[in-house]
Design a binder for this molecule. Structure first.
Ligand SMILES: *[C@@H]1O[C@H](CO)[C@@H](O)[C@H](O)[C@H]1NC(C)=O
Ligand SMILES: *[C@@H]1O[C@H](CO)[C@@H](O)[C@H](O)[C@H]1NC(C)=O
Length: 427
């Protein structure tokens, strides 16, 4: 069911500019899966076993549609009920909760949101009935040493605005689109509180990509709805989107975010992070509010984040002569001048997190890999072959920081210095 729909998105470059981010989700997914399944031996892979023997059966977790959603008016883009997957904690983890917010781009126009409403990123009609929990959500102590026995929740993304849209922005005409991301978030938190989260002693809000951004946007809300004495922190993976121009000098990402904020009424949700003085088109960039978040935050981000390179820095629309065609898919194909541009992107990230780096309670793991969403797969989260900085995996780094074992501010040297990187190859 999903495959034909995604393949219909394959001619990525034929899409209208306004639709490119949505189309690109399809393209990225396809390329991602193709490259994973048909080219597991991509570059920079050390000559070790990339798929460690699975000692635990896959952790398949059933979908639950939210019971609180209807009364709160919390709906996916198409009006269907939102949902989540919940795996109950046990033993020493029974009063600990980790919530993961799913990612998957955004929609910025009526057309792209309408298209999205007919996919699993806009409607629960298309959700999988069960998903595998792995990486930071896994139940195998050898793959997820810190959190394997916690209550683990994956909240599905079906609103298109990082769980932050508002009904006030909906159209009062036949355009049938629900902008209820903020309500989905609030309804599911309510429901989880009733399921035992109100007694939490430890809790983490995390998420990847658009969900990593959502984890930052909602971090203080999460903190404020949990017991005062609970240790609450947030981990944003691949969510630090940068306000940088593309290679043609156009503000592609800024105008895209501006459209998302205006279309879905995200402004009010962002206000909780005290961005009122910031120009509306900039408010969705984490750089603008990460230092205002009161709750401790950990940033996991690749300095050569492939999603940002392919959509923020070198979107297909900015590569008309296709001179970047190979390099944006595989870093080894980049020439010296392109590498310079990519190092410049890394410098922009360093500048953007400069002040956050001074934070006493914050933590970070910024590797120099061509990667994106590194906490959700065992091979990048915690395995004998996963990326390391100072010989520590992401799981060990997040664990050291969360459990206050030591401060963690890990910043990798520039590409290609880190041989443990899992660099994606999309060619
Ligand atoms: C509904 O209103 C919006 C905003 O005014 C407009 O862009 C859209 O085309 C309208 N839809 C219909 C079906 O009239
Ligand atoms: C790196 O860590 C592993 C275990 O996590 C350890 O076996 C190895 O000796 C460490 N290597 C160095 C160079 O410290």
């Amino acid at each position: 069911m999903v495959i034909p729909r995604l393949s219909s998105l394959l001619p990525c470059r034929k899409w209208a500019k306004s639709d490119w981010l949505v189309a690109s989700i399809g393209c990225v997914l396809i390329v991602f899966f193709l490259s994973f399944f048909f080219d597991p031996a991509s570059d920079s892979v050390p000559s070790v076993d990339r798929s460690p023997t699975i000692t635990f059966p896959p952790d398949l977790v059933k979908l639950k549609l939210s019971s609180k959603a209807k009364e709160r008016g919390a709906f996916c883009l198409d009006g269907s009920l939102p949902g989540y997957h919940f795996d109950k904690g046990s033993g020493s983890g029974s009063k600990s909760w980790i919530l993961h917010l799913e990612g998957g781009g955004w929609c910025n126009t009526i057309a792209s949101c309408s298209a999205r409403a007919t996919t699993k990123l806009g409607s629960s009609k298309y959700f999988e009935q069960e998903v595998t929990f792995e990486g930071v959500l896994g139940n195998d102590p050898s793959q997820n040493p810190g959190f394997y026995n916690w209550n683990r929740v994956k909240i599905r993304y079906c609103d298109g605005a990082s769980f932050a849209g508002r009904p006030e922005a909906e159209f009062k005409n036949e355009t049938r689109l629900f902008f209820r991301g903020q309500l989905i978030w609030e309804a599911i938190v309510d429901e989880l509180l009733l399921m035992g989260m109100s007694n939490a002693k430890q809790a983490i809000l995390t998420g990847c990509s658009a969900g990593g951004l959502a984890a930052l946007i909602h971090c203080d809300y999460f903190r404020d709805h949990l017991p005062k004495d609970a240790a609450v922190k947030c981990v944003s993976d691949g969510g630090f989107f940068l306000n940088v121009p593309d290679v043609l000098g156009d503000p592609t990402m800024r105008s895209f975010y501006n459209d998302v904020v205006n279309l879905q009424g995200v402004g009010k949700s962002l206000d909780q992070n005290r961005v009122a003085k910031t120009e509306p088109s900039k408010r969705m960039f984490p750089h603008e509010f990460v230092n205002n978040i009161r709750t401790p935050v950990f940033l996991v981000n690749a300095a050569y984040d492939f999603w940002q390179i392919q959509h923020v820095l070198v979107p297909a629309s900015a590569d008309k002569d296709k001179s970047w065609a190979k390099c944006r898919l595989k870093l080894k194909e980049c020439d010296a001048s392109q590498m310079k541009v990519l190092h410049g992107f890394r410098s922009s990230l360093m500048d953007a997190i400069g002040k956050f780096h001074q934070s006493k309670v914050g933590g970070m793991f910024v590797d120099s890999c061509f990667s994106h969403c590194q906490t959700t797969k065992p091979m990048t989260w915690h395995s004998p072959t996963s990326p390391r900085i100072e010989n520590k995996t992401i799981a060990e780094s997040v664990g050291d920081w969360y459990f206050n074992r030591k401060p963690v501010k890990l910043i990798d040297c520039a590409y290609p210095c880190n041989p443990s990187c899992y660099n994606m190859n999309f060619t």
